[in-house]
Design a protein around this ligand. Structure first.
Ligand code: GLY
Ligand code: MN
Ligand code: MN
Length: 429
């Protein structure tokens, strides 16, 4: 695996060299310095939040927690990596991993936080606003260049797809451990700890805060707590949790019906798995992601009608916002070095492509191209504040069934999919 991965990585880096050379020449730049970023201490404190390397830096250097470091790119020259590595007895001195990719860079170990000196026409990109001095002569985060660099990340190289596949494999081991903990009647915190152990990572390394929601917490889209004690009844568990591999993110959701759930909830979980598979089938080159999102709403309408939750027609359910109340988020998003990866709301030429007014939470509005990686994550939730207006409007909803399902919170099923010429490839085992 590692030799093959290294060969893929060499191709990936060679592609970056070519693409960066073209873009720098187009922008009449002799060099570009990419800042890794750094974490700032909390106000009045000496402690810092967890940190994540700037995405364009990680596109080259597969280290997700590298601070105060620089990468300098010049067309047709080897990339220069300035690694902040102070002599320090408080921390373990910074070391590069013993992996062959390190030889692709000229590495300079730096004992202070100095910025690299750039010659000619130069630009800096990254979170440089907080640095004491950015060169007066260099351009800072030039918008058109950054948009073009974002665009390089919308399709993934074979190396990146291999990393995303490995991230998925590792995350899925966590999901299996989380499910086993739920079957063993654990509470949210212990399910989270089981997930971290199963996916072999510390909490600060997760690509986004894991969502571990039992019962009605499953209906809080970005539920952010972990209750210490298990609840008395176990209606449901929703786990939306990932893993990084070389910076690349898995973003997987599974929902489980518990022993105290009504039979209908278990049937809805099965229906959402089927819906997810059908939507994955639509992840083909040339497909319009907005149209696929709208298809999700029609199929959710079918599910609501066929399970007697909605007693009108599918078209009425979609037109009158019933399906939106049951699923207020988007079908999915681009996935890569960031869980919500860059350029999802832009056209290939860099112009803005905002979501339609009816679907403001959609984070991807592009046509799908080979080697894009996207999530497909249909959901169906029982969220009291979204259902209340439907009740007031007197829409034909079976409130008895809805009230039965309210303690289960909701369902989301999420997989990570590669678009290929031959159809979708599902990375989620
Ligand atoms: N985990 C965040 C998302 O699914 O978009
Ligand atoms: Mn997602
Ligand atoms: Mn997710």
């Amino acid at each position: 695996m590692s030799t093959q991965l290294y060969h893929l990585q060499q191709e990936h880096l060679a592609r970056l060299q070519r693409d960066y050379a073209t873009l720098l020449e187009e922008h009449r730049l002799d060099c570009l310095a990419i800042y890794s970023g750094h974490a700032n201490a909390f106000f009045g404190d000496d402690q810092t939040p967890t940190f994540q390397t700037y995405g364009h830096f990680m596109h080259w250097v597969p280290l997700a927690d590298l601070q105060h470091s620089w990468l300098v790119i010049r067309p047709h020259q080897r990339p220069q990596l300035y690694l902040y590595a102070p002599t320090d007895f408080w921390h373990l001195p910074t070391q590069l991993p013993e992996e062959p990719w390190v030889a692709e860079f000229d590495v300079h170990l730096c004992s202070d936080k100095r910025q690299p000196t750039l010659e000619g026409h130069a630009a800096f990109i990254g979170d440089i606003a907080q640095l004491p001095t950015a060169s007066q002569h260099a351009q800072l985060n030039p918008t058109s260049l950054v948009h073009r660099l974002d665009e390089l990340r919308i399709t993934k190289s074979a190396y990146e797809i291999a990393c995303l596949r490995e991230a998925n494999r590792l995350a899925m081991a966590g999901h299996e451990a989380a499910q086993a903990a739920f079957i063993g009647a654990s509470g949210e915190l212990d399910i989270q700890l089981a997930y971290l152990a199963g996916s072999r990572q510390r909490e600060s390394a997760v690509p986004y805060q894991n969502i571990i929601g039992l019962n009605d917490h499953a209906g809080v889209l970005h539920y952010q707590h972990y209750d210490l004690s298990p609840p008395k009844q176990r209606h449901s568990l929703l786990v939306d949790a990932g893993r990084r591999f070389r910076g690349y993110c898995a973003d997987i959701t599974r929902t489980h019906a518990g022993p105290d759930a009504p039979a209908l909830f278990g049937e809805l979980v099965s229906a959402l798995h089927t819906l997810k598979d059908e939507l994955v089938g639509g992840v083909v080159s040339g497909a319009d992601f907005v149209a696929l999102h709208e298809q999700m709403h029609h199929q959710l309408g079918d599910i609501l009608v066929s399970h007697d939750l909605f007693q009108g027609s599918v078209d009425q359910g979609v037109a009158e916002g019933v399906t939106r109340a049951f699923c207020p988020h988007g079908l999915g998003h681009s996935l890569g070095l960031q869980v919500h990866d860059v350029a999802g709301l832009r056209q290939p030429d860099g112009s803005s492509a905002p979501p339609p007014n009816a679907h403001p939470a959609l984070r991807l509005t592009r046509k799908l191209e080979p080697n894009m990686v996207v999530t497909i994550e249909p959901g169906l939730y029982f969220i009291p504040m979204l259902l209340a207006p439907l009740r007031q409007q007197g829409l034909p909803i079976n409130w008895t069934l809805v009230d039965h399902c309210l303690p289960c919170g909701g369902i989301r099923i999420e997989d990570n999919i590669v678009v290929t010429d031959k159809g979708p490839t599902n990375l989620t085992p």
